[in-house]
Design a protein around this ligand. Structure first.
Ligand SMILES: C[S@@+](CC[C@H](N)C(=O)[O-])C[C@H]1O[C@@H](n2cnc3c(N)ncnc32)[C@H](O)[C@@H]1O
Length: 283
């Protein structure tokens, strides 16, 4: 007997679970978006209570992303992007920024959250001559599934340079899930001249007392309320993602400091943004 559509079991990974906070939806809340649920807002507010500048930190992360894409297109000559952990589309997505400079830029977005899949149409709307975007529902912890995906192969030419963007994502990947191996497998599949752009949350810039309080809170609260709890990494741990690559100046810095157009005195402080970032050339 033929199966009717209603009999087809849905894959759990495509169902939107509103009972626990999800990073994509909480980040959307911090950025002032509407694509979030009560659990995301409660988690976001709890974060803000313990770390009052979290919304500014999210904004600084977006600003880094835009500066990095601009640098990659304008100065490194990149015309292909693989953006993993793309997030719910907000203003100035990777393809909007890149294609405003080089209309022919091709972008593959990846995320493992069903809410991002639900909004993928917005990521796919491109109308610049030669510009193309694609969306893949996949997990950074499974690099082979990303690299072997036919949509990636149809959109990007892996014999030419690609910018691998992993922005504000790896702090949701536990050490037990081999985060360094995931990134080195992805980077290893890319042609010489490709680049890796990353940012990552850290507690290292916080005064000792606030840092201890925040870390204790993460252990007790954050870990129980979220699909993917946050974990901070140190500068030395962040640097390991770039092993064997050539860091682009200024190297690893606090989010507000990467090629900022603002004089140092006018930038958000490192403690208020609490993230490291860098761009590196893959050799
Ligand atoms: C804080 S948002 C960052 C969004 C965007 N990259 C930016 O910087 O504006 C983190 C994103 O990473 C995604 N994410 C978290 N863990 C992931 C995983 N294991 N694989 C793929 N995406 C993941 C989340 O769903 C979310 O969309």
């Amino acid at each position: 007997m033929d199966m009717e559509p209603d009999d087809v079991a849905l894959d759990d990974s495509f169902e939107i679970d509103t009972t626990v906070a999800h990073p994509a939806r909480r980040y959307n809340y911090w950025l002032g978006g509407k694509d979030n649920f009560e659990a995301d807002r409660a988690s976001g507010d709890a974060w803000e209570e313990i770390y009052p500048t979290v919304k500014l930190a999210a904004l600084e992360n977006r600003r880094f992303l835009e500066r990095a894409v601009t640098f990659l297109v304008k100065e490194a000559g990149i015309r292909q992007f693989l953006d993993i952990g793309a997030g719910i589309p907000s203003a100035n997505t990777v393809h909007e920024v890149a294609q405003s400079i080089a209309p022919e830029t091709r972008v593959v977005y990846v995320d493992n959250d069903p809410i991002v899949l639900a909004h993928a149409r917005r990521l796919l709307s491109t109308n610049t001559p030669g510009g193309v975007t694609a969306y893949i529902h996949a997990d950074v912890r499974d690099p082979a599934a990303i690299l072997d995906n036919p949509d990636l192969r149809a959109t990007l030419d892996l014999s030419r340079p690609v910018a691998l963007m992993v922005v504000a994502v790896m702090h949701f990947v536990e050490s037990a899930d081999n985060p360094y191996e995931c990134i080195s497998t992805l980077a290893g599949a890319l042609a010489p001249g490709s680049h890796l752009a990353m940012s990552h949350g850290t507690t290292e810039f916080l005064p000792a007392e606030q840092r201890a309080k925040f870390e204790q809170w993460v252990e007790q609260e954050e870990r129980t309320r979220n699909r993917d709890p946050y974990r901070s990494r140190t500068e030395a741990e962040f640097a390991q993602f770039f092993e064997g690559m050539e860091l682009v100046p200024p190297g690893i810095v606090a989010l507000p400091d990467w090629r900022s157009e603002l004089p140092p005195a006018e930038r958000t402080s490192a403690a208020d943004a609490s993230g490291y970032c860098a761009v590196a050339r893959i050799l």
